[in-house]
Structure formats: structure tokens, C-alpha cells
Design a protein around this ligand. Structure first.
Ligand code: ASP
Length: 305
């Protein structure tokens, strides 16, 4: 019997004070959803998808219904899910009308052929498998109704989990960078960059400057450190230190290994996270926000061995 763990994040960046409490509440709700799946005997893949769906359904985060618009005023969402036993993965990019892109990524994983579907082909697949849709107008109206405070950076969501069989999984979902060029795909749906899982090491979900994360291959890099036997907190810290050394970019990571240990690392001012592990009586959440005026964040690392 393995130690069971679920960890979620709500995006590396900067969260203004007035949004922090709600962000933490919603991260706690997401971790509870993932935990419920794990406790009912569900696998790690089902758990990370359940957790991410909760955050995609919240207008607070930059994913699903809260996705930010592109420079042309469209919404183009990316998501991925990967499991660590057989290295199965599914990803979608540039989807405009799927309510929960992470569910569509799961359908691609289940299909077991392609790893990534983008644009209209992905949307056709969503309709074929009967996933809930949302009109782009509705998404844009939601964004206009609830504008993100200009000082807020971040809001991508992700989850990692290990189930009772010691299988790990990761999922990430995003609306991408605010005002991004139409057609731009970030790191989140790219296996090895924003999302990665391999039972030999563990699972990772990244957030932050997508182009830097893509060029560095942050998710795969972090899981490779777990394969070497490092704890997730040390591996996460090393991965963040290395990407900061090589490239200009802000990023965050959550990591879990097959033993149920987890790590959280970011070099941004804040990143809301929540976690629950067997043996803990209730989920915990934290945002680790650096008050204005204390200078740029360096590297924040937390975790549980
Ligand atoms: N990594 C995401 C992207 O570049 C954005 C983020 O995590 O805030 O699309």
C-alpha cells in the first residue's frame, strides 16, 4: 500500500491580497476533489483530472471558464494529462469551446493514439465524445464581467497525485498568457515541459513563462531529478534554480514522487497551492506571497518527505 498524495497549484505569478483567500479556498476544494477520487479507489489520473476540473470551473483562475483572452480577443485554451505507469499522455491546444479542456485531454489519453490534438480537430473530438461545451462569447463575457486585476500575474492550474498503487499522474490547464498572439501554444499542454509523469521518478505540473519552460523542458528535467532519488522539494528547487540560471523567466512547479513525497517550488512572488497526504487529517493551503517592496522573489521551496 502506497502513501497517497494530491497537490494542486493555481499558477505562479503575483496574486493581489484581495484575491488570495478565495484562491486558497478554491485550491482546497480542488485538492479535496482529487483526494475523494483517491480515497474511493480511483487512480492518480482520475484524481488529477477531478482536481483540475474544479479550478477550470472557477472564474478566478486562468483556465476553463476563467481563461484570459488573446490579443485578438479570443479564448484559446491548452491542457494536458499524463500518467506514469505506461507513460500515456493526452493533450489539447487552442480549444475555444470546451468547458473543461482537461477532460478533453483525458479523452485523447484514453484514445491511446495521438498525444496532442489542436484547434477544430480537438473540438470535433470533444463533441464526438459528448463533452460539455461553452460558447466563446460566454467565455469572453465571463472575462469581461470579471476582469483580472491588472497587477495579477498567473492563474494557470495544475495537479499531481500518487495513488494507492504507487502510480503517479500530472495535469495542467491554462488560458495561456494574457494578450498572447493567436495560435500561440505554451508549455502547459506540451509533455515534458508543463506536464510530465513517470513512475520511475514522479509527476510534475509547471506554470510560469511558457516559452522559458518549453525551451528548458522543465517538467522532464524535474522528474529526472526525482529519478536520481532526490526528494521532490530538493528536485523542484534544483529545477527552478537551473531554469533561472539558464533563461530569463519566472516559473513554479509542483512535484510528487511514487513514495507520496511532494515538493512545491517557485521563483515568483506567489503561487497558491494546496495538498493532502495520507496521515494528514485535513488539506492545507498556502500562497507564500511576498509583500510589495521586498524586492523580487528569489526561490521558494516547500514540501513534505
Ligand atoms: N505557462 C502558461 C503559459 O505560458 C502560463 C502560466 O503558467 O501562467 O501558457
Amino acid at each position: 500500500m502506497h502513501q497517497v498524495t494530491c497537490v494542486v497549484h493555481g499558477g505562479a505569478g503575483h496574486w493581489p491580497d484581495e484575491e488570495q483567500e478565495q484562491a486558497l479556498e478554491e485550491c482546497l476544494a480542488a485538492v479535496r476533489a482529487g483526494w475523494h477520487v483517491l480515497q474511493s479507489g480511483g487512480d492518480a489520473v482520475a484524481a488529477v483530472v477531478a482536481a483540475v476540473v474544479v479550478l477550470e470551473d472557477s472564474p478566478l483562475f486562468n483556465a476553463g471558464v476563467g481563461s484570459v483572452p488573446t490579443e485578438e480577443g479570443h479564448v484559446e485554451m491548452d491542457a494536458a494529462v499524463m500518467e506514469g505507469k505506461e507513460l500515456k499522455a493526452g493533450a489539447v491546444a487552442l480549444v475555444r469551446s470546451v468547458r473543461n479542456p482537461v477532460r478533453l485531454a483525458l479523452e485523447v489519453l484514453k484514445l491511446g493514439q495521438e498525444v496532442m490534438l489542436a484547434g477544430e480537430a480537438a473540438e470535433r473530438w470533444a463533441r464526438a465524445v459528448g463533452l460539455a461545451t461553452v460558447s466563446e462569447e460566454e467565455l469572453i463575457r465571463a472575462a469581461v464581467r470579471r476582469p483580472t486585476p491588472p497587477e495579477r500575474i498567473g492563474g494557470t492550474v495544475g495537479a499531481v497525485a500518487v495513488d494507492v498503487h504507487g502510480n503517479v499522474a500530472a495535469a495542467t490547464s491554462t488560458g495561456g498568457r494574457r494578450g498572447k498572439r493567436s495560435g500561440r501554444i505554451g508549455d502547459s499542454p506540451v509533455i515534458g515541459a508543463g506536464t510530465y509523469a513517470d513512475n520511475r521518478g514522479g509527476a510534475a505540473s509547471a506554470t510560469g513563462d511558457g516559452e522559458a519552460i518549453l525551451r528548458f523542458g522543465l517538467g522532464r528535467y524535474a522528474v529526472s531529478q526525482l529519478e536520481r532519488g532526490l526528494s521532490p522539494a530538493i528536485a523542484g528547487g534544483m529545477a527552478l534554480a537551473e531554469i533561472s540560471r539558464r533563461l530569463v523567466g519566472e516559473a513554479g512547479l509542483i512535484l510528487v514522487d511514487r513514495f507520496g513525497r511532494f515538493g512545491i517550488a517557485h521563483n515568483t512572488r506567489s503561487m497558491p497551492v494546496a495538498w493532502l497526504r495520507s496521515g494528514c487529517s485535513r488539506p492545507e493551503a498556502s500562497i507564500c506571497s511576498i509583500p510589495e517592496g521586498r524586492g523580487p522573489a528569489r526561490l521558494f521551496v516547500r514540501g513534505m518527505d
